[in-house]
Design a protein around this ligand. Sequence first.
Ligand code: CA
Length: 310
Amino acid sequence: MKTTIQALLGALMLMLLSLPAIAAASGYTQTRYPIVLVHGLFGFDNAAGVDYWYRIPEELRRSGAQVFVAQVSAAEDTAVRGEQLARQVEDILASTGADKVNLIGHSHGGPTVRYVASVYPQMVASATSVGGVNWGARLADVLQGVVDNVPFSGDIVAYLGNALAGLIDLFSGGGNEQDILAALSSLTTAETIAFNQQYPEGMPSQYCGQGSRVGSNGVSYFSWSGASPLTNGFDPSDALLGATSIVFLGEKNDGLVASCSSHLGMVIRDDYRMNHLDEVNQVLGLHDIWSTDPVTLYRQQANRLKNYSF
Ligand code: CA
């Protein structure tokens, strides 16, 4: 009897130990084309040992995805960032032999991946926007209003913003040009609407609507976003996002971007209990512990991309 129980326990242990191997072997995130992650304003790939996409590339690679983390200017105009990204995509295609990539952009990375999908659709299988500034960022509107109307404030914003972007670039070894005033302008509602008219693929025809999953250029479009500025009392960034969220005057937002502004293509969900930094699993994985793990959404999206098999 005892040996039977021991044998059963042994078999159970063996099964539990082999579960991660089964998950990895199953290729849950094994997309046909490489995944390229594209950061937002004041973002980077890896700066002084800290990853912008905290634990996300590792968790995607664990079950089969090929993942690249792009680095474009921390603060620049969308088209400038887009052209920088396009050159990196060309390098990725050359080094992997893949025909296309799956782009995933966070925040200003949303319009950045859309730019590449619109201008170079032959290189792009899908464009996914996470907390993307696709229809303006209210904070950018407010700051732009200050810059336009308060004497010398543009100089101060330029000085501080470019200094911060330059510092991020230095620590992350980017070597990219920085222009905070161009970045700020391209994130305003007026400029994003002009951008959408020029690059309409995947965008809903009206604010807060759904776009079509497959754009007229053949690229597939997806988006998701959080809608909770405050999610974890241990995360110091919650105070900042709680403060910035007041500019929304009650409209659903993640602390920096309105849920409705994040909509692109097939809207997976726009109200996860996540703030703007939770969306990339920051700071250091601190998010609402009772709600969806941000990393899970990236794994699910990779699986979705795999199943649509472009
Ligand atoms: Ca957080």
